[in-house]
Ligand binder design. Structure first.
Ligand code: RP5
Length: 163
């Protein structure tokens, strides 16, 4: 049975898919249902608005929005919803600096939680943390992930020392 989508992974163009797929992969690994869609703040503003409303009706609780260049997608999503929005600035002709600034420099009152350039995995992890606040089973999976992460770093450090 398909899990209810609790996260919407939006991207400004299908050319963003190779990076944004990582968010979907991480969400799947935590058994968090997600929906994924291409919608542009500039090219398809009305479609984007209806997509946000539809996602909310379906039960989405967190939005992830990745875009590059004049990256207004996350900000526009944040202006249209009361749910938390995580922005992923994507690599661009200006190495993603334009995307980063466009995503992170939101006006007071309408926040976007912005992760590092191209770091769609961190956006998914942040979404998992937000959802974990009201989902004990998911919180336990996230806690295990963090324990495993710590262990793997320590194992690598030990392996280096014994060389
Ligand atoms: C942005 O423009 C998209 O998010 C993408 O990163 C960038 C280029 O889009 P394409 O010209 O490849 O469709 O809106």
């Amino acid at each position: 049975m398909k899990a209810i989508a609790r996260v919407a992974v939006l991207m400004g163009s299908d050319s963003d898919l190779p990076v944004m797929e990582k968010a979907e992969e991480v969400l799947r690994s935590f058994e968090v249902g997600c929906l994924s869609a291409v919608a542009s703040a500039h090219r398809t503003p009305q479609y984007l608005r209806s997509l946000i409303a539809r996602a909310e009706r379906k039960g989405v609780r967190v939005f992830i929005a990745g875009a590059g260049g004049a990256a207004h997608l996350a900000g526009v999503v944040a202006s249209e919803t009361l749910l938390p929005v995580i922005g992923v600035p994507l690599g661009s002709k200006l190495s993603g600096l334009d995307s980063l600034l466009s995503t992170v420099q939101m006006p007071r009152g309408i926040p976007v939680a912005t992760v590092a350039i191209d770091n769609a995995a961190n956006a998914a992890l942040l979404a998992v943390q937000i959802l974990s606040l009201s989902d004990k089973a998911l919180a336990a999976r996230y806690e295990k992930y963090r324990r495993d992460l710590t262990r793997s770093v320590i194992a690598k450090a030990k392996a280096r020392r014994s060389r």
